[in-house]
Ligand binder design. Sequence first.
Ligand code: FAD
Length: 453
Amino acid sequence: SPAIVWFRRDLRLADQPALTEAARKGPIIPVYICDDETARHRAMGGASRWWLHQSLEKLDMDLRSLGSRLIVRCGRSDEVLGALATESGAEEIHALHHYEPWWRNAEAAVARKRRLCLHHGNYLAPPGSVTTATGNPYKIYTPFWRALRERMPPPPPLPRPTNLPAPKTWPKSEAIADLKLLPLRPDWAGGLRDTWEPGEAGAHERLSAFREAVATYEARRNLPGEEGTSMLSPHLHFGEISPAQVWHAVAEAGGSTDIFLGEVGWRDYAQNVILQYPDYGTRPARDPFAHFPWRTSKEELKAWQQGRTGYPIVDAGMRQLWHTGWMHNRVRMIAASFLIKHLLIDWREGERWFWDTLVDADYGNNTVNWQWTAGSGIDSNMFVRIMAPLAQSEKFNASDYIRTWVPELADLPDGEIHDPSPAHRPAGYPDKLIDHREARERALAAWRDAKTA
Ligand code: FAD
């Protein structure tokens, strides 16, 4: 009898242990289930859906080139898998482990009724397996990474299969186009199309380009105006490439790669956090944040979302995000900190916006980084360390980055562009929502209130 291979955020053929293991035993039925019911309020955002559409098309093409195909269905994963197993006579379902709380629930529901074989392969080490000497999970990144680093390198990646045995008859499939993952009107995805090539082949192209640049990663990774980072995040999120593949390719490139690999380690760390705190997306991990006097301002939230705060570096980042579905990490920190500390708007509002607009929107990475920035996380920055956006913009030499994303400021000289004086501010560019010093005082006062509440 055939086995079902249940694809989720692991849309690749090479180094895909669920696929390899199932195909070793006999015919396989690869399936992707478009399932908003299981994730509920964590259903994929708009930018992720755009990505998913392309990635599923590529996966289907790649499977077809090996004599197989992708069956696409909609509905609740456990029900769809049950029905498909009955229809096809499949006795086993193979999948990779996923750690989002809704996926863990779905896995449990499937396993109650069917033989579900879960494999590791989306992280450097199985989340939950990196523990202290006493067997407890780590709370803090640095010791986590030290322990994980000792277990590296990860096992060598599995080769891409050369042929995939097909079942005698193929079950029915929806058409990918009918899933309605793409935006209709307005079509906001032009910038995404120009920036990305979703799919396994696109992921490997990014990786080879980055191998040439990894030697300068440490020096350039904080400069938003340069292409100094890998831009692999959406590919890693959708599992079009595995972290083990990235690790081995980068290690072969040689040179100093530790800082880069440490960032890939943050990805594992974030899974280790959501395993311990499944509701990390809604619940701040530290006490004072249960009573934080957040402000509510629809207008200011909207100004932030649209890149109209009057702080050029923040606006550039938010517009890069809207246009490309991605934002440079340094600017993510600045823009997130600005929302939380300058505008005193609840980090969960920002997290939600990123969830909808990032092509790499990832439950672990997004919530861990938002709580880190807010100071509410188990391992985080302190709330009272308030980033000065204008100083950051100068320090990391963001003038060309601002010129690209805030074109109305493009003619200002380097000395003016980070903080245009009212006399030089072009018509149409907004005044600052709040002055930096005033924002700082207000944030510190709010923090004192939260602590005494
Ligand atoms: P590189 O610098 O080339 O790093 C390589 C890989 O390491 C990345 O692709 C990513 O998978 C991982 N990585 C790097 N930095 C981090 C980090 N701080 N935390 C976790 N993993 C990391 N990253 C996401 O993948 N999804 C998110 O939803 C997300 N939300 C974020 C929200 C905020 C407020 C902040 C400050 C950061 C967020 N990040 C998120 C982390 C980071 O900004 C992105 O992973 C990074 O910018 C992706 O670009 P890159 O692939 O060029 O990274």
